[in-house]
Design a binder for this molecule. Structure first.
Ligand code: HAM
Length: 423
């Protein structure tokens, strides 16, 4: 026997027992997004490497060490998308969707990052990504989060905390960066190696370091919120006011800086205490400079992405009830005539009862064997067809979940009887 090929580390199969939960997450999300005017877009999983380097930033963890990049057969440098925002902007620009327009768009699918796999952190993971273009005011920043609060409620995962911050404009951030550099240089010895490396390239990222000795230094660092330009401060105040009006609770976290370089002003994260270290189930922010940076006209933009694996885990953890997906009815056919007639009956029933989950036994064997499988399937009723019944257009109707006796009914009555039984 040849050796089994192993799956790739950090890339999961989502098995049939798990997909009902994913489908539930997707259908609830789709309904909420549609209710707020967001339209789905489908974009490629592979883009030019340059797109991600230019959008996410050359000196971010993602671009420096996590991308799945390769040369294709024509020597083009391509990358499996590590996130969706860059591709959404690229697609918006390629198709003339962004200039002087308001667009509310979303997409869903797998993302790829070569991170160290652990619970809640994978190399292939899935995001629902939501983006709004052409809206500069803080109202859309608030509306996205009001929509998310509604989504959490609809999904049954309400114990999430919203953390918010503002990064100001690139100009005010530059000034702040200088202050931060001075401060960290004075405390160089107390920083961990990774933070020291980041000092010259991306000192803001030191603010969200998880290393205890570095955290102690960060406590005393200058606060970005005290060095904001006036317009960013007003934008942030407006954002908070709208959230207050809507009764959305939040915590201002001045250390929230995000791992992608394209953000300006508002950033936010919804976190949970129920999943361990990987606590962010949804994160995003404003990125007013990115469209222009990728060759378009200046266009305000804001969005977020939800980690679907983390949301599924959270729904499992709080035991959100799942709709029943076991078959309603199980068709047993014994004998050559019954086997052929059974398909006819099954199709009649499916036409008469949209939404009916009817499983036909195609494994063969006598009545006893098939009825055992019917029972195991979780079906509520077995429809039992032998050659005699088939000839007379009759069928045995056998409830499986109580002691009601099997009765013979005509094919004509079968749909009505099933409907009444399944109510
Ligand atoms: P991000 O924070 O890199 O932002 O990812 C968003 C979410 O994806 C995270 O909050 C987390 O739930 C999930 N996630 C990230 N990495 C992993 C992983 N390795 N395994 C499992 N889940 C993960 C972005 O991707 C931005 N594009 C969000 C955005 C959209 N900003 C504006 N528009």
């Amino acid at each position: 026997m040849s050796e089994l090929i192993q799956p790739i580390r950090g890339m999961n199969d989502i098995l049939p027992d798990a997909t009902p939960r994913w489908q539930q997450l997707e259908s609830v999300t789709r309904a909420v997004l549609t209710a707020y005017g967001y339209r789905e877009m489908r974009v490629p999983i592979v883009e030019k490497t340059e797109l991600f380097a230019r959008s996410i930033g050359e000196v971010t963890d993602i671009v420096e060490k996590e991308m799945y990049s390769f040369e294709d057969r024509n020597g083009e440098h391509l990358t499996l998308r590590p996130e969706a925002t860059a591709g959404m902007v690229r697609a918006g620009l390629s198709n003339g969707l962004l200039h002087n327009q308001v667009q509310r768009l979303w997409c869903l699918g797998p993302m790829f990052r070569h991170e160290r796999p652990q619970k809640g952190r994978y190399r292939q993971f899935h995001q629902v990504d939501v983006e709004a273009y052409g809206l500069a005011g803080p109202d859309i920043d608030a509306e996205l989060n009001i929509m998310l609060a509604r989504l959490w409620k609809a999904l049954g995962v309400e114990a999430l905390e919203l953390q918010i911050n503002t990064l100001g404009t690139p100009a005010s951030r530059k000034e702040y960066r200088k202050l931060l550099l001075e401060y960290f240089r004075r405390h160089l010895d107390a920083l961990d190696a990774d933070s020291r490396r980041r000092l010259e390239t991306n000192p803001l990222r030191i603010l969200d370091s998880k290393v205890p000795e570095t955290r102690a230094v960060v406590e005393g660092a200058p606060n970005l919120l005290e060095h904001l330009d006036a317009e960013s401060a007003a934008h942030f105040a407006g954002f908070k006011k709208f959230l207050d009006d809507a009764g959305i609770r939040y915590r201002v976290n001045p250390r929230l800086v995000r791992g992608l370089d394209y953000y300006t002003r508002t950033v936010f994260e919804w976190v949970t205490t129920r999943l361990g270290a990987q606590d962010a189930v949804c994160s995003g922010g404003r990125y007013d400079g990115l469209v222009e940076h990728l060759g378009g006209k200046p266009t305000p933009a804001i969005g977020f992405a939800m980690g679907m694996e983390r949301l599924v885990a959270l729904m499992e953890d709080v035991q959100v009830p799942l709709p029943d997906s076991s078959p309603h009815a199980y068709l047993v056919r014994v004998g050559a005539e019954a086997e052929r007639a059974g398909f006819k009956l099954a199709e009649q029933l499916r036409s008469a009862l949209p939404g009916l989950r009817l499983l036909t036994d195609c494994s063969g064997g006598d009545f006893g064997k098939q009825l055992k499988r019917a029972d195991k399937s979780g079906a509520r009723v077995a429809l039992v067809l032998g050659d005699n019944e088939a000839r007379n257009q009759q069928v045995g109707f056998k409830p499986l979940r109580n002691t009601t006796e099997q009765v013979n009914i005509s094919w004509e009555q079968a749909a009505a009887r099933l409907a009444a039984w399944l109510e």
